[in-house]
Design a protein around this ligand. Structure first.
Ligand code: PLP
Length: 388
């Protein structure tokens, strides 16, 4: 793997050494259960509460508005299922508004709520850049709406949605608004005061923290019931012994992401623009997917006509480059993704998607090496395609 170049930071990121060092004592000498009365427990509890304070400061919210979960998917599930049920109980609201291009952690949850739990779903359509407009939300929202869920930034195509405007529409109607900020948190502002969201999901492994730990921000007084009952942890909203080392790691990673945001953006942005510009210039029948301007600073996504995206990924991997064709979990699926279909791409374009996402260790040398090899591999894929 030493010569491999990793260009898949949207799938996951390596753990920052500073984060790892902050976590290690909580596997060893400070191994206590925060619920225990004795001093081991007290030390662990103090560390968790300290981490909660750090996360609350990063999100500009109250400590008791933070719930630690096991991942971004769990945060999405708790937000949607928990709030939908509480709203239905409160005033009979039974409709879920959800964008067409959500990660499966949201879209599959909403589909199940419709199929098995008696909710109705109204899907919000995007424009050709995969963006949800505030007007689309305004037209669809009404007193029947239990929750609105629109992602902050898209994992496949990097488009950033107008979250502040959408939040303000929901607020005016007193309908809870959830945003999946799993991809956004590494590079965009996650100040809940500024964004005006009621619920926001984050996952540490997208910003140089460990896999298997997430946060759900829940604004005070937002109706919600727990999905996982148990020992009353997390103000009764998520039963289960707290994963102390991972919580410490998440807090450290998030506070670094907030503190170093400007440098991190400044590092990846010119590299992203170099990849986008050169790829579109040098590869015939190529297009950028997602918004050309309102997009994540580390995110390049393309579609190549008459190319099999998975073949391209395999060729890139053999050449030493780790990329993706969309969401990590969708790799291997021969259908164009919902996102490609939603932005209006036909299968001959939609199957040829490529996602290249950059991060802390990406260098101009990596980018040049990648750009040198990509046009030839796309051509090779087209050759293979026409023979099959
Ligand atoms: N939401 C988005 C937008 C994502 O990109 C991902 C992961 O790729 C998730 C949710 C799921 O997060 P996790 O892997 O922590 O469950």
């Amino acid at each position: 793997m030493n010569n491999h170049i990793y260009l898949d930071y949207a799938a996951t990121t390596p753990v920052d050494l500073r984060v790892l060092n902050a976590m290690l004592p909580y596997f060893k000498e400070n191994f206590g259960n925060p619920a225990s009365i004795h001093q081991y427990g007290q030390r662990a509890e103090a560390a968790v509460e300290n981490a909660r304070e750090t996360v609350a400061a990063a999100l500009n919210c109250l400590r008791d508005e933070i719930v630690f979960t096991s991942c971004g998917s769990e945060s999405d599930n708790l937000a949607l299922r928990g709030t939908a049920a509480a709203m239905r109980e409160k005033n009979g609201a039974n409709t879920l508004l959800c964008s067409r291009v959500e990660h499966h952690a949201v879209s599959k949850t909403v589909e199940q709520l419709e199929r098995h739990f008696g909710y109705k779903v109204k899907w919000l359509e995007t424009d050709e850049n995969g963006m949800i407009s505030p007007q689309t939300v305004e037209k669809a929202i009404n007193k029947e709406t239990a929750i609105v869920s629109v992602m902050y930034a898209n994992n496949e195509i990097g488009t950033i949605n107008p979250i502040v405007e959408i939040a303000s529409i929901c607020r005016a109607q007193r309908i809870p608004f959830h945003t999946d900020a799993v991809q956004a948190a590494a590079y965009l502002k996650v100040d809940t005061g500024l964004l005006g969201v009621d619920l926001m999901s984050l996952s540490a492994h997208k910003f140089y923290g460990p896999k298997g730990i997430g946060v759900l921000y829940i604004r005070k007084n937002t109706p919600i019931i727990p999905l996982q009952t148990g020992g009353g942890q997390e103000s009764g909203l998520r039963g289960g012994t707290l994963n102390v080392p991972y919580i410490i790691g998440l807090a450290e990673a998030l506070s670094l992401a907030v503190r170093e945001r400007e440098q991190r953006v400044a590092h990846v942005l010119p590299l992203r623009d170099r990849i986008i510009g050169t790829t579109l210039e040098e590869i015939p029948e190529s297009r950028l997917t997602g918004h050309p301007v309102s997009r994540l600073p580390n995110h390049c996504s393309f579609s190549f006509r008459n190319v099999d995206g998975n073949t391209l990924l395999t060729l890139l991997d053999s050449a030493g480059f780790a990329c993706s064709s969309g969401s990590a979990c969708k790799t291997g699926n021969p259908e164009p993704s919902e996102v490609m279909t939603s932005i209006g791409l036909s299968p001959e374009w939609g199957l040829g998607s490529l996602r290249v996402t950059l991060g802390a260790s990406t260098t101009p040398g990596h980018v040049e090496a990648f750009l040198k090899i990509l046009p030839g591999l796309v051509k090779k894929c087209r050759g293979l395609q026409s023979r099959s």
